[in-house]
Design a protein. Structure first.
Length: 129
């Protein structure tokens, strides 16, 4: 079951983020350790921080993570999710140097969406293939 949190027009605080995860789990009738799909489309995160990283890493079975339209400029604190198969970071402000981290973090990744970012070099896309 795909559960989508309610969008928050203001900057997303850790309290709002944690509440959204709990809401997703409740709708899917799963715990944080059981949830496999997290979709934060439209959340005004801006920059992933250590608190968000720790919060997401509690969701140990996540296979699909969507952080589209979140105003992300960096993936520096992207969570370590060993089961992640799908990652959507489309429609953000990510640059070439930022996305190079993805293959190292998620060797099992099967689907990656980085559309509508600030990727300028074809070499970056080749490296992600």
């Amino acid at each position: 079951m795909k559960a989508i949190p309610k969008k928050d027009k203001q900057q997303c605080s850790i309290a709002v983020f944690e509440a959204a995860i709990k809401d997703i789990c409740k709708k899917a009738n799963q715990t944080m350790k059981e949830i496999t799909v997290l979709d934060f489309t439209g959340f005004q995160i801006g920059q992933l921080n250590h608190e968000i990283k720790i919060c997401l890493e509690k969701c140990t079975k996540v296979e699909s993570l969507t952080l589209a339209e979140c105003q992300l400029t960096s993936l520096e604190c992207l969570p370590l999710l060993s089961n992640l198969l799908e990652l959507d970071v489309s429609s953000n402000a990510l640059e070439d140097s930022t996305v190079k981290i993805i293959p190292k973090l998620y060797p099992k990744l099967k689907r990656l969406n980085i559309a509508d970012n600030k990727i300028r070099k074809i070499e970056t896309l080749k490296m992600l293939a």
